[in-house]
Design a protein around this ligand. Structure first.
Ligand code: PLP
Length: 379
């Protein structure tokens, strides 16, 4: 099987596993315990926090460990909502459901929300926020890079605009980390989400990076871990792995620039030659991500056929569930329903090779020809 679904999750890197193993195979202690085992766990936890912070140029005290990107996003939204009762939440129309759903759920509690559309190239522009919305907005979340299209937003500009308008700004950088440079301090943002399993770390661990100036009231309550912002004993082995994966993430940047971008060029040239429409083709995108569709070919049929031939790729909505709903990202860009329904995503990874890409192209050509012939017979 060839794995081309690295935006969904990545394989655990052997160096990451090596760092985790001692914490999985021996008594790891509770970092809150005041004995040798506990102190050892506490030291390891703080070392991992330093590595995570360094990878995004944040201070270790700004790193709150959580169980997932989903939890980090829910924590910031619910935490702000609890702290500011009359707040107005804005989010882009292409956010992952773990941003849009918790925000939408605030409506029933009396909060105001605004979904802000992107343009037809998948790009978010602050100019599309009306003056009226701008005046009352208190929180805005715009993702750094989209999980489906790979489009990278101009976060520095949006953060600057938010600051000028006294709006708290959060970015979901889950897909950006390890693929492009992420600099929390330079961007001067209030909060940011990152997740371990997208950067060759273990699943089930992530972080919310928070600027100390923002006030959030925790929605997870209990033992007061993570400075009271996320109670619950930390998952030490996973956090150690996350720390190592973050440490390696700068090496990944080089690989993404030099190798993965070159592979995608080969892939996209071939896709265009067989009639694919590549979404956001001319936008600034993550170099590993291609989101495409073929007119009159059912995406899920093609995905299943490719899976049978040994290639794992994703449909538009694969990041969130098994749903066969058309991609909300494409619909919000104004893409035709049929094309959005049939969209498929290839996300290359560090271990992808030119041989794999060429093998994929040959198989794809055969399968597309076969499906086109079947459609012609049926018509
Ligand atoms: N945000 C984005 C942009 C994602 O792509 C994902 C997962 O696909 C998440 C958040 C959720 O992260 P996690 O799987 O760690 O909950």
């Amino acid at each position: 099987m060839i794995y081309f679904d690295n935006n969904a999750t990545t394989a655990l890197h052997p160096e990451v596993l090596k760092e985790m193993l001692p914490f999985l195979t021996s008594q790891q202690g509770n970092p809150a315990s005041n004995h040798t085992f506990g102190r050892k766990a506490h030291t390891a936890l703080e070392e991992a926090r330093e590595k995570v912070a360094a990878s995004v140029n944040a201070h270790p005290s700004q790193v709150i460990f959580t169980s997932s990107g989903t939890e980090s996003n829910n924590t910031i939204i619910n935490g702000i909502a609890k702290a500011y009762s009359n707040s107005h939440f804005g989010y882009s129309s292409i956010e992952h459901p773990c941003i849009s759903e918790p925000i939408k759920s605030l409506v029933s509690q009396g909060y105001k929300i605004s979904e802000i559309p992107v343009d037809s190239n998948g790009i978010f522009n602050v100019s599309s926020i009306s003056d009226k919305t701008k005046k009352s907005l208190t929180f805005l979340s715009v993702m750094m890079a989209n999980n489906e299209t790979g489009v990278i937003q101009n976060i520095a500009e949006i953060a600057d605009w938010s600051k000028k308008n006294t709006i708290q700004f959060h970015t979901d950088a889950v897909q950006a980390l390890g693929k492009i440079k992420v600099d929390f301090e330079a961007l001067d943002i209030d909060a940011m989400t990152i997740s371990s399993h997208k950067i060759y770390g273990p699943q089930g661990v992530a972080a919310l990076i928070v600027n100390k100036k923002i006030d959030i009231i925790p929605y997870m309550q209990g033992g007061g871990q993570e400075k009271g912002l996320r109670s619950g004993t930390e998952n030490i082995a996973a956090i150690i792995g996350f720390g190592k994966a973050c440490e390696r993430s700068s090496q990944n940047l080089v690989e993404f620039k030099e190798n993965i971008g070159r592979l995608r060029l080969i892939l996209e040239k071939a896709l265009l030659a067989i009639g694919a429409i590549i979404f956001c083709e001319n936008s600034n995108r993550l170099s590993n991500t291609t989101f495409f569709s073929f007119k009159n070919i059912d995406g899920s049929t093609l995905l299943t056929a490719l899976d049978r031939k040994g290639f794992a790729i994703a449909s538009g909505s694969a990041c969130s569930s098994n749903s066969s709903e058309p991609s909300h990202v494409l619909l919000s860009m104004g893409v035709d329903l049929d094309l959005a329904q049939g969209a498929l995503r290839i996300s290359l990874g560090l271990e992808s090779t030119e041989g794999e890409v060429n093998g994929f192209i040959d198989t794809l050509k055969d399968e597309v020809d076969r499906l086109r012939q079947m459609a012609a017979v049926a018509a």
